[in-house]
Design a binder for this molecule. Structure first.
Ligand SMILES: Nc1ncnc2c1ncn2[C@@H]1O[C@@H]2COP(=O)(O)O[C@H]2[C@H]1O
Ligand SMILES: [Zn+2]
Length: 866
């Protein structure tokens, strides 16, 4: 019997206890209003709202129905018509581990690598839980979808003839983890908001670097890494290369190389290097394969990805950042985005893929792509006609030929590839938005480290509609000459905005606004984004150390990185069920089974991907033994009628308007939650540093990585991982800033691949000043900030100008909290010895002190360096 357990356990594992609901209710995420409550908080994002939740009273019924359905769907997981959403529903929200464990069985990887199925199950559970279920698109279903696509590609004759077991395993893990811990916003947003990940990875493949590192964390924590010790480095390297290739910024690089190979006929898959390249291309294709899925599925993905874009647009608006054009719901539409994406991103890649494959599957995909493109184009045209109609009826019906022509050419103004490829902030220039930022005026933005604010590239935005050239003098904090010169051309325009009472965050500095009435509005993307987990290893030295721990040869158990579990562990009862179930799984016979049912796709005849039995001898034995179709006993087959009716599925995404309204409602609720009524101001995120200094030890800020310096740069750090050099770290740095960065300048130099970092001399008094992370630069008296201004800036309010959030104060952020005290070196030495001594008897003692999302070993390793 195969997979009775996985289909059953997930259902049970996800059932919330009464206490869970009380907690969720308290957070405003209770069962009734689907979208209320704080958004992107750990508690919420880690827990999925299951389609099956309403059936919890009838677990037995649920399980009986579901394991049969899961099996039925898994049987078809080699077909392009596979629907990840359906698997997600029938697997009780566990499509990711269910599919992956199935594929590991199917490929015979468990046998070949002698993997323990419980560890493998744990690996995929960790990966699944690392995805944010609150993301409309970048969630675990996307990972399931991409993995299934990858599986289809691995079955292509051209590939499977040559691919090795290790490459199969790397491809599956790479696919499933390729967006792990994706925050639901793109790299551009992270850079624009000075997110610590962007700083850590020096603005290059920020998310992808984070994804692969998180994947390695899961491998370690699950214990799978230990089981593949002999090939672990190679496996990790392949996973890394695969995931890094999914960076859409590198699309052209890969495409050019691919084209060249095809033009010259130089691809030889007997060479490992070429196989790796093709697997990278395959994963890239899988990642953007949703436009090549049958229309119902494809359309659903399109709506979801645009929903996520528009959410980002809302965040940007709230943060007074320029709204990325594809994220601006007010100026674009799903159809328009799709037409641009299909034309500029998907088609060029898939055309080459088809040139390489020339298989029934690639032909099928191209056909669907074409059909879907026509549908979006028709929709875009209809929208345009409607717009034009409205414009015409608004104005008098006197439209010149010229205007008509202009209107009709609008259709070709779809989004180009550049819009999917974010440009660095410095280069961005948006026409419709003018958002002067605090930093552009010399006032440091909260999330920018104190010493970086003068050296990070800045973007000055001008509103097109405003005249230029009329400046209003106002006091601003000193900024570096470098910034001054770069910004000078834009400042006058910002001054204009001040004059016209812009809604931007500089308004409090404007003479038009009383400082009393308009306290500063702290802008921090940290309010919007979830705390990353593995991402907490922000400091360069920690990264360097981490890398050496991850890849070093002399790994001792105590120094192994274990991915920190940042979500509530399954309840013991569930765990028992799961353990017994997985044990059961491991005894399942691998029965060869030919049970292929005909495709239900409109392209059914081409659905069957050829599964040749002609498996070369160097392939793993288990593959040769297994049937190309999925193995399962016939008695688990359920009649077709037990599958959800197509209409039921359609209804879930059929009513677009209602969906959009719900999304809107959700956004409103979430945005409203960003602020709390005045009077509920508590000191958590935004604390007056003077009061903090008077009342407490200089504590580490919640989101700060705990990092201790190394005396020299770690050369093992992979280039993309971007190790910052050096460290000198007794000072009290800002919480969310890597300890080293707080004392070093980035020197942006276009001629260099990586920014240079140069040390900044700190006034001694500054080092002693326990500046609070979120306090503006000009607060410390040593910088001579005006008293009144300081007073004003310390009156912390949320985005809508109201007082800060109460719950921040009351509940420690899941990945943060001032648990760890930064000590002078001598103290740190004592502490590290103390911790190391204590650790064997009482590991909890260390746990309670470390940062929530920081792997315990990293901290230990950090301490043990001294
Ligand atoms: N249907 C789609 N429409 C527009 N953009 C898409 C679509 N599908 C994928 N993408 C984008 O392509 C990116 C590929 O990498 P990611 O999955 O990280 O994020 C994806 C989205 O930003
Ligand atoms: Zn993706």
């Amino acid at each position: 019997m195969i997979f009775t357990a996985p289909s059953e356990v997930p259902t049970l594992q996800r059932v919330f206890s009464k206490e869970d609901w009380v907690l969720l209710d308290a957070m405003g995420c209770g069962p009734t209003p689907a979208c209320s409550g704080k958004f992107l908080t750990m508690h919420k994002r880690r827990r999925k709202r299951l389609a099956t939740r309403s059936l919890v009273q009838d677990i037995a019924i649920l399980d009986d129905i579901h394991h049969g359905q899961v099996q039925k769907i898994l049987d078809r997981c080699g077909k392009w018509g596979f629907n990840a959403f359906t698997l997600e529903t029938v697997a009780g929200g566990r499509s990711l581990p269910v599919l992956c464990v199935h594929l590991f069985h199917w490929y015979g990887l468990l046998d070949y690598f002698h993997l323990d199925v419980v560890r493998v199950w744990k690996l995929f559970t960790l990966i699944e839980e690392g995805y944010h279920s609150t993301n409309p698109y970048h969630n675990s279903i996307h990972a399931t979808d991409v993995t299934q696509a990858m599986h289809c590609f691995l079955q292509e004759e051209r590939i499977r003839r040559y691919i090795t077991p290790l490459e199969i395993m790397a491809s599956l893990i790479g696919a499933v983890a390729h967006d792990l811990d994706h925050p639901g916003v793109n790299q551009h947003f992270l850079i624009s908001t000075s997110n610590h990940l962007a700083i850590l990875y020096q603005n290059k493949s920020v998310l992808e670097n984070h994804h692969w590192r998180s994947a390695v964390g899961c491998l370690l924590e699950s214990g799978v890494a230990e089981q593949v010790q002999s090939c672990r480095i190679e496996l990790e390297q392949q996973i890394r290369d695969l995931i890094l290739a999914t960076d859409i910024n590198r699309q052209n690089e890969f495409l050019t190389r691919f084209k060249k190979h095809l033009d010259e006929g130089t691809l030889d898959l007997r060479q490992a290097e070429h196989r790796q390249f093709i697997m990278q291309i395959a994963l890239k294709c899988a990642d953007i394969s949703n436009p090549t899925r049958p229309w119902d599925i494809s359309r659903k993905w399109s709506l979801k990805v645009c929903d996520e874009f528009f959410r980002q647009g809302e965040f940007e608006r709230k943060l007074n950042l320029p709204v990325t054009s594809i994220c601006d719901q007010q100026s674009t539409s799903v159809a328009k985005i799709q037409v641009g994406f299909f034309k500029n991103v998907v088609n060029p890649l898939f055309a080459e893929w088809h040139r390489f494959m020339k298989s029934p599957l690639s032909t099928h995909m191209m056909d669907i792509l074409d059909d879907n493109r026509k549908k979006w184009e028709a929709q875009e045209k209809a929208e345009l006609a409607e717009e034009t109609q409205t414009e015409l009826s608004d104005a008098e019906p006197e439209v010149s030929d010229e205007e008509e022509e202009q209107a009709s050419t609008k259709t070709s103004g779809t989004h180009s590839i550049q819009e999917y490829i974010p440009t660095p902030p410095r280069e961005i220039r948006r026409q419709s938005l003018a958002v002067p930022t605090l930093e552009s005026l010399g006032v440091r933005r909260h999330s920018v480290p104190v010493n970086m604010e003068q050296s990070l590239p800045r973007t000055i935005y001008r509103r097109e509609s405003l005249p230029t050239g009329r400046g209003i003098p106002f006091g601003r904090s000193p900024i570096s000459p470098q910034t001054e010169s770069r910004a000078s051309s834009g400042l006058r325009e910002e001054d204009e905005l001040l004059r016209y009472g812009s809604q931007s965050d500089v308004s409090s500095s404007s003479p038009l606004h009383s400082t009393e009435d308009q306290p500063e509005r702290p802008l921090s993307a940290e309010n919007l984004l979830p705390e990353p987990s593995i991402a907490s290893m922000t400091s360069s030295t920690a990264v360097g150390r981490l890398t050496s721990v991850l890849h070093g040869n002399n790994v001792v158990p105590s120094k192994c990185l274990t991915r920190q579990q940042t979500f509530p562990p399954p309840q013991p009862y569930m765990r028992m069920r799961y353990m017994s179930a997985t044990a059961e799984m491991s005894t399942c016979p691998e029965t060869a089974h030919e049970g292929d049912s005909p495709s239900n796709s409109s392209h059914g005849s081409r659905e069957n991907i050829s599964h040749s039995n002609n498996i070369p001898q160097y392939m793993i034995p288990a593959i040769a033994v297994l049937s190309p179709n999925n193995s399962r006993p016939p008695d688990l087959l359920l009649p077709e009628s037990t599958l959800p009716a197509p209409s039921a599925q359609k209804s879930s995404h059929g009513n677009n308007k209602r969906e959009t309204e719900a999304v809107e409602k959700e956004k409103t609720c979430k945005i409203a939650k960003l602020s709390e009524p005045a009077g509920q101001r508590y000191e958590k995120e935004n604390v007056d540093p003077r009061r903090l200094a008077a009342t407490s030890l200089p504590k580490r800020r919640g989101s700060a990585p705990v990092s201790l310096p190394l005396s020299k740069p770690d050369e093992k750090i992979p280039p993309a991982g971007g190790g910052l050099l050096m460290s000198d770290t007794q000072s009290l740095r800002r919480g969310s800033v890597p300890i080293e960065i707080a004392h070093y300048h980035f020197v942006a130099d276009d001629s260099l691949d990586q920014p240079l970092i140069t040390p900044v001399e700190q006034p001694k008094s500054f080092l002693q000043y326990p500046r609070r992370g979120s306090a503006p630069t000009d607060l410390p008296p040593i910088f001579g900030g005006g008293g009144e201004r300081r007073e004003q800036l310390t009156r912390h309010t949320s985005l809508n100008g109201k007082a800060g959030r109460r719950k921040k104060q009351l509940r420690r952020r899941s990945s943060g909290g001032p648990e760890t005290v930064l000590l002078p070196e001598s103290h740190s030495e004592i502490l590290s010895r103390f911790l190391l001594q204590r650790r064997p008897e009482n590991p909890e003692a260390l746990l309670v002190r470390r940062r929530g999302s920081l792997p315990i070993e990293v901290l230990t390793v950090g301490h043990s360096v001294f």
